[in-house]
Structures are given as structure tokens and as C-alpha cells.
Design a protein around this ligand. Structure first.
Ligand SMILES: *Cc1c(COP(=O)(O)O)cnc(C)c1O
Length: 301
């Protein structure tokens, strides 16, 4: 079972010399191994499932080689003593997963890994049907963990402390987190989603998960999903040395760089209070640095 933390997650001000105020809510601190928004997206999925007391509980999910979601599900399985199976994109990883820190972590948490081709992975719905047939008792969570229960869990990222902000910002992968913030925030709050994937169907997918039209999407892909950008690495390193807050290069680093650009462009009216959610994902830094090192590029410090 996942618990709600006994104390509120801290909100820190990021001191910038501008006419707006910027804050960050440290959801990355919610749990040492189940990080950020993934904790909340899994919360009801896992707890509701375990409440049904399945005889042979098994959690199955999908993800890429460096997936924060795979990492989080494996750690949850370890914590709850439930078997987990990760369907991983890329059959070539079968031979080299021991060089991938995310997959090593998952395996160490007891997750079984099944590597499938990109083609098979693309047809996840078929795979899901097949797996549910093979494991009728299993809980199958979609890629990135987004579903109705995930959206409901995101409500717990909002509380009295978050009510006072004009803008709520989050990075967007599948859009479940943004949908939850949109659905459960205050009437007068504006929600901005920073798209790190080029996916033109995101807006309509999110609209199916929230009843509100209080959100706005902006592009923050900086070259595409999962692509690490050298300028962004510099930004992340400066951010850490200036504010002592770590960001990662797939979601939060890109969101924050884009927010800084928007502030510089006077996107936000004077006096605005902006809150961005640190959705975690710091486990990905190690894998990112391995890649950068191979390419002789600057590392994330
Ligand atoms: C998964 C993830 C997101 C995106 O969440 P969605 O609900 O899929 O949009 C954002 N930030 C981090 C760190 C993540 O791991």
C-alpha cells in the first residue's frame, strides 16, 4: 500500500530578480524510490488493486529503457511485496540491460523484464489484451501510468498551500498529471503544461481526463522527447548551483528552462505567483550521463 505522507510537501521560492514570483513544489521528495508524480499516479491504482486482495497479485506495465514509471512501479512492487512485470521497448536491450541503471534498479526490485520490439510495443493495446488473458488477476497499468485512477491521485499534489498561486505548471508526457491538476485546482488558477513530447493529440487526450478547460499547452520538447540538449544541461547545472535544486533533462529541466524564457518574455503579468511542480525523475540522470559521456558531451553535475 502507498501512504499519503504525514507532512506537506515543501514549496520553495526560487529567488529571481523579476516582477513575478516563482516557486517549486518538491514532489520529488515524496518518496526516496517512488518519485514525484509517479507516486501519486500509482497511489489509487495500486491501493485499489491490493484492496481486492488478489490471490496472486501481479502488476504489469510498460516503458522505455530509462522510464521513471518503470522505476517507480518496480520500487512499489518491492515495497508492497507484489510481483511486477515490465514490458520494455527495444528487444536489443535484452543483451545489454545490465548497463542501464534504470533497468538494473528495476531488476533489483524484483521486476521481471520482458523486452519487445518497437513494432510490438507500438501495439500495446494488443499486448495488454494478450497479457490480461494470460494473467487474468494482474493489474495492467498503461505506459506512463495514466488512467482515471492516476488523475484522481494527482489531486493529492494540491492542498491549501497550492491555492494561492495564479499559475500551476507541470511537464507533460502523457498528460495525466496535467489533467489532475486541471481537474482539481481552484477556479481562478491557470494551468500550463510544458509538452516534452511532440504529440498533437495530447490536448484532446487530456480533455478526456479533465472536465475543465483551464489549461494551456506550450512546447518544451527542445528537440524531441528524450533528446538531451546541451544548452539545457548547462541550464540544469546553473539551476542547481544557484538554487540547490536538482532537475533532470527529460521533463523538469526542460519545463524550467521554458518557464525562465517565458518570464524573460513577460508572458506572466506583473505580480503573478507561479508554482511549478517538481515531478521528480532524478533517477534518469545517471543513464543520461552515461549517454552524454559516450558522446563526449558535458555531464549533468
Ligand atoms: C512521467 C513524468 C512526467 C509526465 O507526467 P504525465 O502524467 O505522463 O504527463 C513529468 N515529469 C516527470 C519527472 C515524469 O517522470
Amino acid at each position: 500500500m502507498l501512504k499519503s505522507p504525514s507532512e506537506n510537501i515543501p514549496i520553495q521560492e526560487i529567488p529571481i530578480q523579476k516582477n513575478v514570483k516563482l516557486f517549486i513544489k518538491r514532489e520529488d521528495l515524496v518518496h526516496t524510490q517512488i518519485s514525484g508524480n509517479k507516486y501519486w499516479k500509482l497511489f489509487y491504482n495500486i491501493n485499489n488493486y491490493l484492496e481486492t486482495q488478489p490471490e496472486n497479485p501481479l502488476i504489469i506495465t510498460f516503458g522505455g529503457a530509462f522510464s521513471n514509471h518503470i522505476s517507480a512501479v518496480s520500487a512499489t512492487g518491492n515495497l508492497a511485496q507484489v510481483k511486477t512485470l515490465g514490458i520494455i521497448r527495444g528487444e536489443e536491450l535484452e543483451k545489454k540491460w545490465t548497463h542501464n541503471p534504470t533497468l538494473v534498479f528495476a531488476k533489483r526490485n524484483g521486476m521481471n523484464l520482458k523486452f519487445v520490439t518497437r513494432e510490438e510495443y507500438r501495439h500495446k493495446e494488443k499486448l495488454t489484451e494478450f497479457l490480461q488473458y494470460e494473467f487474468p488477476e494482474a493489474l495492467i497499468i498503461p505506459e506512463g501510468g495514466t488512467n482515471k485512477n492516476a488523475v484522481k491521485g494527482v489531486k493529492m499534489m494540491l492542498n491549501n498551500d497550492t491555492k494561492d498561486f495564479d499559475y500551476l505548471c507541470t511537464a507533460v508526457g502523457t498528460g495525466g498529471t496535467l489533467a489532475g491538476i486541471s481537474e482539481f485546482c481552484e477556479e481562478n488558477q491557470n494551468v500550463i503544461g510544458f509538452k516534452v513530447v511532440d504529440d498533437s493529440s495530447l490536448e484532446s487526450k487530456i480533455s478526456e481526463l479533465t472536465s475543465k478547460r483551464n489549461f494551456h499547452l506550450t512546447d518544451a520538447a527542445f528537440g524531441g522527447y528524450g533528446k538531451i540538449n546541451d544548452e539545457n544541461v548547462r541550464f540544469i547545472n546553473n539551476f542547481k548551483s544557484n538554487f540547490d535544486i536538482p532537475l533532470e533533462p527529460i521533463y523538469t529541466g526542460k519545463m524550467m528552462q521554458k518557464i525562465f524564457e517565458m518570464i524573460d518574455d513577460d508572458y506572466f503579468p506583473e505580480g503573478s505567483k507561479i508554482l511549478c511542480f517538481h515531478t521528480g525523475g532524478l533517477q534518469g540522470i545517471e543513464g543520461a550521463n552515461m549517454l552524454l559521456e559516450k558522446q563526449n558531451r558535458n555531464l549533468i553535475l
